[in-house]
Design a protein around this ligand. Structure first.
Ligand code: F6R
Length: 621
């Protein structure tokens, strides 16, 4: 994780500092253990830095009492701690060289830093932090002394580093230059007019330019006010891929809501609608141009493995029910970190579908790479253009949720489920058979879902009220069956991460095999009830489950379809959702649970957008 910003441009009106601080504010979701800035101070022939543990606000206050000099060249960092605790000393930037004229920031982990540090210590290099980053800073300063060229110095260092990293560096003897390097960690270039930018993602510079350049793996980029140059880690000239950013600055801001999470919950109708856009031709047939895998290869698939983490894995569990039903292809869902270090059985006919909002989750990336090495076909369902996982996959199906800034995922979840439905329907269409004909009808129904989510969002006042009353609750359980089961797990996850309350999601049928022992008088339990038209009489079975826990004193908070009167006698509260066919229900049933977690967290006075101990993009294993 960690957010990274770099800037070179004119030295006027404090612009460099403003750009970097604004970029850090937009990237703070990536980590908020500390923040820091380094600027090239040409007047004093040095690099000036200011850094503080804690949120960006601390750095902002420090800059009032200790202002940095005017500059044309600046880098900034917002940290999610890995090596070394969240202290001022461990905050980035880190200096290198006896004269401290070099400053470096880093995202990722340098796995061989112990060996490198030993080497530097033997040469009497002094360290002032516990970080792996400072080792890279000292190595880079040493290479700069030898080469007197920041790009060549970076080239000399990157091949000595193992692990995942994005590095940005400035040097007092190279004013007007920022050099960046990336391996398995994100870095994009923003191309301006007389100024250029670097960022962990485009949010870093979206207020200034929409022209961006995606860098390849193992590349070094050098930006000056008038240009940029890219080389590979072998020193060969390279080119990034230019693209236009379609998100606007407002989309990356709160849009009038008190928190990003509330905004993003309200963005959900749009996220689903945008993800559905452009997937069918004029006859209504699904066309997935961006997939880049031949129809023959897809047709040969005999097994699907979904790899993902957290919320994305719950989207994968929903996908399993839908894809198996529509295609009759067996689908397994594996937590990416478990998949990678098991001994997975895959063949060229196995399709590994990774799901990731950020496209940078290291656990998921490693699973994808492993699957490819074993010969599987890989498709990435991803929300972030230019990120690593789609690039490392054979094909990508982008979700179009727009930037998700709040650490807890909401709109990306709905967009991921939607994209998985599209993939399942496409595979069904390719194979022919019963559900091929249904694909168009399901797509039609999906098109109506955003309106239903928007409607549902205007009817959740009672949920907000219940959340406020429950601010002192210590434990909440969630039950569901079939596609309601991953929704129960996701509802519990939202509550854990936002409100720090013990919460667990169970398959409702599993209750009697143990968890029912947890039920005592007053225990709040959310139950996600499938629609009465769900096959296998699942509706009836869940209504029985509600009766079982109610009889033992549970307080039952029932999420049921409009018109479902069977639940009423056994519910302490009924939360209504609009009707959809059974497999599409998660797009609606999760919404009240997100709103519940948001309002309970707010009632407890917690930081909804940046819950403790978490970071948006988990780029370490
Ligand atoms: C929970 C949450 C996480 C992520 C997980 C995967 O609200 O956001 O569980 O879903 O870390 O992240 P991505 O989707 O970026 O791979």
């Amino acid at each position: 994780m960690c957010g990274i910003v770099g800037y070179v441009g004119p030295n006027v009106d404090g612009r460099a500092l403003d750009v970097v601080m604004e970029g850090l504010a937009r990237l703070e979701y990536r980590g908020y253990d500390s923040a820091g800035i380094a600027v090239v101070d040409t007047a004093r022939d040095t690099v000036a830095t200011e850094k503080r543990a804690g949120k960006l606000e601390n750095l902002r206050s420090a800059l009032v009492t200790h202002p940095l000099p005017d500059t044309s060249t600046a880098i900034g960092h917002t940290r999610w701690a890995t090596h070394g605790g969240p202290t001022d000393a461990n905050a980035h930037p880190h200096r290198g060289g006896v004269d401290g004229k070099l400053a470096l920031i880093h995202n990722g982990i340098i796995e061989n830093f112990h060996a490198l540090k030993r080497e530097l210590l033997a040469e009497r290099v002094a360290f002032s932090s516990e970080t792996d980053t400072e080792v890279a800073a000292q190595l880079l300063a040493r290479e700069f002394e030898r080469t007197q060229d920041l790009t060549m110095a970076m080239l000399g260092v990157v091949n000595r580093l193992e692990g995942a990293f994005t590095l940005l560096a400035v040097h007092a003897d190279a004013p007007g230059v920022v050099v960046g390097a990336r391996r398995n960690s994100p870095l994009v270039v923003g191309l301006g007019d007389g100024e250029n930018f670097l960022g962990s993602d485009v949010a870093a510079f979206i207020g200034h330019t929409r022209h961006a350049l995606e860098l390849g793996q193992d590349q070094i980029v050098t930006i000056t006010p008038d240009g940029h140059e890219v080389i590979t880690f072998d020193g060969e000239p390279a080119h990034g891929t230019a693209y236009e950013v379609t998100w606007d600055a407002a989309a990356a801001e709160k849009g009038g809501y008190p928190t990003f999470m509330e905004k993003e919950i309200n963005d959900q109708p749009q996220a689903v609608a945008d993800t559905l856009l452009g997937r069918t031709d004029e006859t209504g047939r699904l066309v997935l141009d961006e997939l880049r895998i031949s129809e023959d290869q897809l047709d040969a698939v005999d097994r699907i493995v979904v790899v993902a983490c957290g919320t994305a894995a719950y989207a994968g569990m929903v996908a399993k029910y839908a894809i198996e039903h529509w295609t009759r292809i067996p689908v397994e869902v594996s937590l990416a970190h478990e998949f990678r270090y098991s001994d997975p059985i895959v063949s060229p006919r196995t399709l590994v579908v990774s799901i990731s909002q950020s496209g940078e989750t290291m656990d998921t990336l490693m699973a994808v790479k492993h699957a490819r090495q074993l010969g599987a076909l890989t498709i990435s369902v991803c929300n972030t253009h230019g990120s690593t996982i789609p690039r490392e996959s054979d094909a990508v199906l982008y979700t179009h949720a727009g930037p998700e800034i709040a650490v807890a995922s909401t709109k990306a979840f709905l967009a991921q489920i939607t994209a998985c439905y599209i993939l399942g329907l496409y595979l069904a269409q390719l194979r022919g058979g019963t559900y091929a004909d249904d694909a168009q009808a399901v797509m039609k129904e999906l098109e109506g879902v955003p309106g239903k989510i928007a409607d549902l969002l205007t009817h959740l006042d009672r949920v907000k009220e219940i959340a406020r009353f429950m601010a002192d609750t210590r434990s909440v359980l969630f039950l569901g069956r079939n596609v309601g089961y991953p929704v129960a797990m996701e509802g519990a996850l939202k509550l854990k991460e936002l409100a720090y309350i013990h919460a667990e999601g169970f398959a409702a049928g599993e209750l009697k095999h143990g968890p029912i022992a947890l039920i005592e008088a007053g225990q709040p339990v959310f139950i996600i009830v499938p629609g009465p038209d769900t096959p296998h009489e699942l509706h009836k079975k869940v209504v029985s489950n509600i009766q079982e826990i109610r009889a033992r004193g549970a307080r039952t908070l029932v999420i049921a379809q409009e018109g479902d009167e069977d639940v009423v006698p056994f519910a302490d509260e009924v939360i209504r959702v609009p009707h959809t066919s059974p497999l599409l229900q998660p797009l609606l049933t999760i919404v009240p649970l997100q709103v519940f977690a948001l309002h309970l967290s707010t009632a407890k006075g917690l930081d909804v957008d940046q819950p403790r101990n978490l970071a948006k993009s988990v780029t370490v294993e």
